[in-house]
Design a binder for this molecule. Structure first.
Ligand code: ARG
Length: 281
């Protein structure tokens, strides 16, 4: 009789560490690409708004099927980028920092997001310097990783650290394709990140490898389909379906990748994370 050898699995038990999340999303009802404020956008591109809405709805359903809560924010005509709700601000507990956008085309979104925060019973606080919300401000454990170089002004990092009373790590972005931090770095749980090293300055790469020695480094093929524009609950990682190499790395690390196709929204330079504003407890 043969006895099967016990199988040891040294990967952390991530499934038991997942946390139910609270997100806010704005449907792409008025989504178009009519101006170009990042290298992904081409105003001659035809956008299929109905397909964008269907893809967005699949993302929303993915979250609710995973047990998460999704608030839906009213879209505003004339603000085609409002679908990228991550940029609306940074909400941690009672503190709601509202965005101050870098480009005039998006400036009015700040009023819409501030109105939504107020309706939720939060008091939106402004920064003097440009901050594009969770596009550049990512919470990992008790720390905020903050991007600068293209959109969020580095001086806003200090304003936000003071508001939230938490440490902020400033990271410099150097490749215009990866103009927001959330296009180049994904937070997977309170201590784990994934990132694309070439998107960062040498000094910031050193910072990241020192703070996160176990980080997943993704390849160009995944970064260039915005694979890092992903949302994790600590176990399930919702990511662009085309990022198959990153999905494999996640699986090997004990995470559960969930691919979603947001091809229409990629035309505006965004994907899963851009469409998702997390409301942090
Ligand atoms: N077209 C938008 C812009 O350039 C895309 C924003 C993507 N959002 C994000 N969180 N990366 O501002």
């Amino acid at each position: 009789m043969t006895v099967a050898a016990p199988r040891y699995d040294h990967r952390p038990d991530r499934a038991s560490r997942r946390r139910t999340r609270h997100y806010a999303m704005t449907p792409p009802t008025f989504f178009t690409v009519e101006y170009a404020i990042n290298p992904w956008m081409d105003p001659t591109t035809v956008v299929d708004t109905a397909l964008a809405l269907a893809q967005w709805e699949t993302l929303r359903r993915t979250y609710t099927d995973l047990g998460h809560t999704v608030d839906v924010i009213d879209p505003v005509p004339g603000l085609p980028d409002m679908v990228y709700a991550a940029n609306g601000g940074l909400i941690v507990g009672d503190t709601a920092v509202v965005a101050r956008f870098a480009y005039p085309q998006r400036a009015a979104e700040a009023h819409a997001y501030a109105a939504w925060m107020t309706a939720r019973g939060l008091r939106p606080v402004e920064t003097r310097h440009v901050n594009e919300g969770q596009g550049d401000l990512l919470v990992v454990g008790a720390t905020v990783l903050a991007g600068y170089g293209f959109r969020t002004d580095r001086r806003a990092h200090d304003e936000i650290a003071a508001r939230l009373d938490c440490p902020i790590v400033s990271l410099e972005l150097v490749d215009p394709r990866f103009y927001h931090l959330d296009t180049a770095l994904a937070v997977l749980d309170d201590t784990t990140i994934a990132y694309y090293p070439p998107a960062f300055s040498d000094a910031s790469r050193t910072t990241l490898s020192t703070l996160f020695p176990d980080a997943i480094e993704v390849a160009s093929a995944d970064a260039y389909v915005l694979g890092l524009n992903a949302v994790s609950d600590g176990y399930h990682v919702v990511l662009p379906a085309a990022a198959t190499g990153f999905a494999e790395q996640l699986r090997a690390g004990g995470f559960r990748p969930v691919g979603v196709d947001l091809s229409e929204l990629l035309k505006g330079g965004g994907s899963v994370k851009c469409c998702t504003l997390e409301v942090h407890p």
